[in-house]
Design a protein around this ligand. Structure first.
Ligand SMILES: [Zn+2]
Length: 96
């Protein structure tokens, strides 16, 4: 009986971990519903944070003292420019 119990027990452990993963999804949904009940002010704060982040990311034109490296295409400060190539400026990191 001990042997018989051992084999199904292993698969139960597998099933448990899968169930645990599945349970996390509905758990998140449940907590989201809970927070909707309790946090009208919290929701407003979260919205403000998100819009700030979006502004920071979107509204950032390349500055006059910045350049876009033609090799890594990252916008870098002019102090990081190594030299101008035929294609454009290249940063010290790529030129090194
Ligand atoms: Zn570069």
């Amino acid at each position: 009986m001990a042997t018989d119990y051992d084999a199904p027990r292993k698969s139960e452990e597998d099933a448990e971990s899968i169930e645990a993963l599945k349970e996390r999804v509905p758990a998140k949904g449940a907590s989201a519903i809970d927070s909707e009940d309790a946090d009208n002010p919290g929701f407003e704060l979260a919205g403000a944070d998100l819009s700030d982040l979006e502004l920071d990311v979107v509204v950032l034109p390349q500055q006059a003292d910045e350049f876009t490296c033609v090799n890594c295409f990252l916008v870098r400060h002019r102090s990081q420019m190594s030299r101008e190539t035929e294609l454009g400026p290249i940063c010290a990191e790529c030129d090194g």
